[in-house]
Every structure is written in C-alpha cells, then in structure tokens.
Design a protein around this ligand. Structure first.
Ligand code: PXP
Length: 249
C-alpha cells in the first residue's frame, strides 16, 4: 500500500492512566503501554492532559516525550496552561478539544465557529513552534469551514454519535451519522485539510470509517484498553490494525 494511502492508527493511552490512578500508585504504567502499542503497530500515541489530571499526568507527558519513537499527539483544551505546556514540550501534534469538568469523556466537538478569533490566536504560536495543529470537531460543515479559516492543518471528526447509535441499536441514525462523516471527510479534504477521526471506535464500528479514503488517521483508546484485559494490549491493537487495513484494502 502506498505510504500516502496508509491509514495511521493513533493509540490513546489515557485509560491506562485511569486504571493506575484508581489506586494512586505507579501501575499499570502508561509509558509501558505506549511502548507496547508502538511494537504492535501504532503509528502514534495520543494522550489527553486534562485540566483536572484525572488520567494522564504532567510526568506522563514528560516521560512520553523523552521515550517515544513514534509521534505524540498531545490532546489539550484551549487554555493558557495547556498552551504553555505544549510550547514547552513541542510535541509532534496537538489536538485541541473541548473540555468540561463534569463530563465523563470528550462529549462533543469544539465550537470553532463561535470562537474563531480566540482560537486563531490560540493555535498560531503552536503552529509556529512546529506542532501540527488538529481541531476536534463534529462532522459539521460550519465547524470545518471555521477550522480551515483559523489555520488548522487537521480536523479530527468526532465519531461518538455514530458509535453510540450503533451500540444502542439505532441503526438508521447510525447510518445517517456515517453518511454525514463520509460527506464531511470529503468536504474537509477538498479544503486542503488533513482529516482524522475518532472517539468510541470499536472492532464493529471501525471498518466503514477506515474505508473513507480521505481519512488519514484514527485515534482509538477506550475500547483498546478494555479489550486488552481479555486478549492483551498487543493482540488487541494488532486486530484493530488488521481491520483498518482490510477496510482500506
Ligand atoms: N480523539 C479525541 C480527540 C478524543 O478526545 C478521544 C478520547 O479521548 C479519542 C479520539 C479516543 O476516543 P476513545 O477513547 O473513545 O477511543
């Protein structure tokens, strides 16, 4: 498969840290998970340093920057604190996500259209520092246009609504969401944006998204960490990689 067509897999290790933090000790170690993920075929590692540090810690980010052989995709809210941390570490990529303390996970995409000026100023120094800037948004034309206007290089389309509809057996809605994702992947690509996707993806939901030719990267975490309990992290990731490649082929 030509390198330009290969779909990259970013493995999100946040929930290894969630399990570690449940007991407040050192295990399981997210850095060890990152190393295994690399060996299993991950093209990058994603970690979200939340304002409340509920999973990934500042020390994890330092450790990842020091030891990873593949690129780090640093997920962050658009706050001054996170911008300063990103500028200190200069990871390969930053992904700007909305963050609300009370949410269990990143529930929606960023409202770029509503905050265009602030976000344009927020991402400029990150791009100048050499970070590839990605914006996590709903599959919505207005948001994609706004992300393009503020100078983002990448949009990551939120696949949560599609995955939730599948899990809850709302199949018409699932198919509608999938169609929306497909159209918006094409639209984003037509503007010159690199298109990524992620959130809630599983072995069942990944194939149709992996098949979109405009999508260059998937970021997947929670399902893989859960599946690792049953089959081990390396086989869990290898199976995801296999399904992605099969859908692509
Ligand atoms: N992409 C982004 C931007 C995310 O915020 C998350 C969740 O942290 C993911 C991908 C991965 O989602 P999941 O853990 O549900 O696979």
């Amino acid at each position: 498969m030509a390198e330009t067509e290969r779909l990259r897999l970013g493995v999100n290790i946040d929930h290894v840290a969630t399990v570690r933090n449940a007991r407040g000790g050192d295990t399981p170690d997210p850095l060890r998970a990152a190393r295994l993920a690399e060996e299993a075929g991950a093209d990058g590692i994603t970690a979200h340093l939340r304002e409340d540090r509920r999973h990934i810690s500042d020390a994890d980010i330092e450790g990842l920057m020091a030891t990873l052989n593949v690129p780090l995709n640093f997920e962050m809210a658009a706050t001054d604190e996170m911008q300063a941390i990103a500028l200190r570490h200069r990871p390969h990529a930053v992904c700007i996500v909305p963050e609300r303390r009370e949410e269990r996970t990143t529930e929606g995409g960023l409202e770029v259209a509503r905050e265009e000026n602030r976000l344009a100023h927020f991402i400029a120094p990150l791009a100048e520092a050499g970070c590839r800037v990605s914006i996590f948004i709903a599959a919505d034309r207005r948001q994609i246009e706004a992300a393009h206007r503020i100078g983002a290089q990448v949009v990551e389309l939120h696949t949560g609504a599609y995955c939730d509809a599948h899990a809850e057996g709302r199949f018409q809605e699932r198919d509608d969401e999938l169609e929306r994702l497909r159209e918006m992947a094409t639209f984003g690509h037509s503007l010159g944006l690199e298109v990524h996707a992620g959130h809630g993806l599983t072995y069942e939901t990944v194939p149709p998204v992996a098949a979109f030719p405009e999508v260059r990267e998937l970021n997947i975490g929670h399902f893989l960490v859960g599946e690792a309990i049953f089959r081990g992290l390396t086989p869990a990731i290898a199976e995801m990689r296999r399904l992605m490649d099969a859908a692509r082929g």
